[in-house]
Design a protein around this ligand. Structure first.
Ligand code: CP3
Length: 356
């Protein structure tokens, strides 16, 4: 029935903020909101063989995606998966080693690209698209009509660092060396990632994702010239490819640690909104970013871990500076696995209770 109340129920504050529309409340969600700090996640995870097993299981992955929605009623659900499924679907060996992190069969030179193939890409990722469909169904069946579903992918630079280093890295030595010594060869890796990442994002929207986030976690390793070449340009290519198919899909770009390069990034990529890491001063962001586009962020996840008065104060500072314009409250990076649930509840209550 189309009563005013029903209309209100159907509004999604998260999508409204991204579309620069008035919001009924400040939308919020947390990066890595589905994960090890939740007992219900740990319980489900214990019954599975490993992280990848769970990510490729459309029933389990849907369940995990829904956990923080059921517990906290966040304004957005984010697909439970990982940025490294893209190289995995291109045939690169990937495993998540407990206590260590991701391990891939490293590409030592651009020629190693011939070990990869796009032939099975969408077949391998089929279960992820199935998860997206399942989450949309679950959100609707469980009455979360005001919650939007975010799909995501890693951006080419960040994904390339894992493909070339063979896992997490402190200094990205091999990747940076390849980018400087053999820019044409390195471009071939980035270009393949641009194409496949765009296809992956489009397929997630086909399946029901209502917004997308591009994670570029390791851009702080790059100087301004390399940032333009390996971050801004490829991101802009991905955005245009997606927009050819879905002109109106909101895309959040998250170039963590970009600093002053945020300015060229928001001007040149065509993203809808900027995800901000915790190092960005919120008064600077209000003046220089939020005047151009909606912003999302940027509570320090370790402040959330610590809790107490410092947490309330940090939240108030963010809201005082950013709640006047299009804004989505979030962390500046993923939630730490040791974060007490009580602190998450405290943060949510503080944001929900904020009166500008
Ligand atoms: O935000 C969400 O709740 C959605 C799910 C999600 C995961 N990873 C689940 C995950 C998202 C959006 C990611 C993105 C991701 N993955 C990034 C970009 C964001 C960031 O954190 O910088 C990166 C760099 C990765 C790569 C990755 N995945 C690493 C380095 C690790 C190991 C480190 C760790 O935390 O253990 C992962 C594993 C991973 N991805 C876990 C989760 C919940 C932990 C796996 C487990 O349960 O053992």
């Amino acid at each position: 029935m189309n009563t005013p109340d029903a209309n209100k129920q159907n509004a999604k504050p998260f999508l409204d903020a991204l579309n620069k529309k008035p919001v009924s409340r400040i939308p919020m969600w947390f990066m890595r909101q589905a994960g090890r700090y939740l007992p219900e996640y740990r319980e489900l995870r214990a019954g599975k063989n490993g992280f990848l097993d769970m990510a490729y299981d459309p029933v389990a992955a849907c369940e995990v995606t829904m956990q923080p929605i059921r517990r906290f009623h966040m304004d957005a659900a984010i697909l439970f998966s990982d940025i490294l499924v893209v190289p995995h679907a291109l045939g690169q060996h990937l495993e998540f080693v407990p206590g260590v992190g991701p391990k891939l069969d490293a590409l030592d030179c651009p020629g190693d690209l011939n070990r990869l193939s796009r032939d099975n890409f969408h077949t391998v990722l089929g279960p992820v698209y199935e998860t997206v469909k399942n989450v949309r169904t679950a959100l609707s069946e469980e009455g979360f009509d005001d919650v939007a579903l975010i799909g995501f992918a890693g951006s080419p630079w960040t994904v390339a660092t894992y493909m070339i280093e063979g896992g997490s890295s402190r200094d990205f030595l091999k990747t940076k060396e390849m980018a400087y010594r053999d820019p044409d060869g390195f471009s071939a890796i980035i270009d393949l990632l641009v194409e496949m990442t765009a296809e992956y994002c489009i397929a997630q929207v086909d399946a029901g994702a209502q917004a997308l986030q591009l994670f570029d976690s390791w851009v702080s390793a790059l100087d301004a010239d390399q940032f333009g070449r390996w971050v801004t340009r490829p991101t802009s290519d991905i955005v245009s490819r997606i927009r050819k198919v879905y002109p109106d899909i909101p895309i959040i770009g998250f170039p963590k640690g970009a600093g002053i390069n945020y300015l060229s990034y928001v001007d040149q990529t065509g993203i809808t909104a900027a995800g901000m890491d915790s190092s960005l001063p919120v008064d600077w962001a209000a003046e220089n970013l939020q005047t151009r586009l909606p912003v999302q962020g940027n509570l320090d996840p370790f402040c959330l871990l610590a809790g107490g008065q410092a947490l309330d104060d940090a939240i108030d500072r963010i809201l005082q500076n950013l709640s006047g314009g299009p804004f989505v409250f979030n962390l500046g990076h993923g939630i730490n696995k040791d974060t007490p649930i009580a602190h998450v509840e405290q943060a949510i209550a503080r944001v929900r209770g904020f009166k500008p």
